[in-house]
Design a protein around this ligand. Structure first.
Ligand code: 6PG
Length: 246
């Protein structure tokens, strides 16, 4: 089920709404199953969301001892590297909330990409063992979208876009001349809730193409998002939504 897009005047109001939704989803998941499994996005857009969740106004509203944090993708760098999605989340959120260290499930960007992907896959299959073979049923998966319509590290024209069995993959991205670690389409679409945060004028063309353009997942990877038994919500600011609204 696709909801939205929810359009906000600016990134601050988008992030405030996203934070409230995280609190609500966390409370419901913990009440129902004793835990909240969230997949974090990298990039810059989610930074203010993570900082807000770590602030006094929100941090006390989440039972962090029952939260488990994963990532939708990671760069192939060590965890203390400036480009590391894990480092960004640690600095903006994880170091500021009482999350047990064992509840942090990072992708090992410091390892050989294929090994890191295989290790993560095995870890996901163990953690989500009770949820069947469809994929890791995250209670919430936070994603972003690039100005080329990539999401996680599923970039246009890359091999992992075509993965139908594995849950995690090492994906060579020619335009970056770099390997990335990413959840695959089946893993992304196994989530109970996907929330895609999109902000800024630079995303307007890609967002319009993803929602209104021809279906071409290889060209517009974010079109792959279609939860099997869950909800997809687009949270977009007015600049990024300009062409869709115009
Ligand atoms: C990453 C992210 C990536 C990100 C988009 C948007 O590792 O970079 O996971 O998919 O969400 O590139 O990035 P911005 O939010 O910085 O525009």
């Amino acid at each position: 089920m696709v909801v939205g897009p929810s359009v906000f005047p600016d990134l601050n109001s988008l992030v405030a709404s996203a934070a409230e939704q995280v609190v609500t989803l966390a409370g419901a998941a913990i009440a129902a199953r004793g835990r909240f499994a969230i997949g974090l996005s990298g990039g810059s857009t989610p930074c203010p969301l993570y900082e807000l969740l770590a602030s006094p106004a929100f941090a006390s509203r989440i039972d962090w001892t029952n939260v488990h944090v994963f990532w939708g993708d990671e760069r192939c760098v060590p965890p203390d590297h400036p480009d590391s999605n894990y480092r960004m989340a640690r600095e903006t959120l994880l170091d500021h909330v009482p999350l047990p260290p064992d509840n942090i499930h990072r992708l090992a960007g410091e390892l050989d990409p294929a090994t890191a992907a295989a290790d993560y896959e095995a870890h996901l299959r163990a953690f989500f063992a009770g949820d069947g073979e469809a994929g890791p049923r995250f209670d919430l998966l936070l994603l972003g979208m690039g100005d080329d319509a990539h999401t996680a590290s599923l970039f246009p024209g890359t091999a992992a876009l075509g993965e139908t069995e594995r849950w995690a993959a090492a994906n060579y991205v020619e335009k970056l001349d770099a390997w990335r670690l990413t959840l695959t389409p089946p893993a992304l679409n196994a989530a109970a809730e996907i929330m895609v945060l999109v902000s800024g004028a630079s995303k307007a063309d890609a967002f319009h193409a993803v929602l209104s353009g021809p279906t071409d997942i290889n060209r517009y990877p974010a079109q792959v998002l279609n939860p099997n038994n869950g909800r997809l919500r687009w949270l977009v600011d007015s600049e990024a939504a300009d062409r869709v609204l115009g």
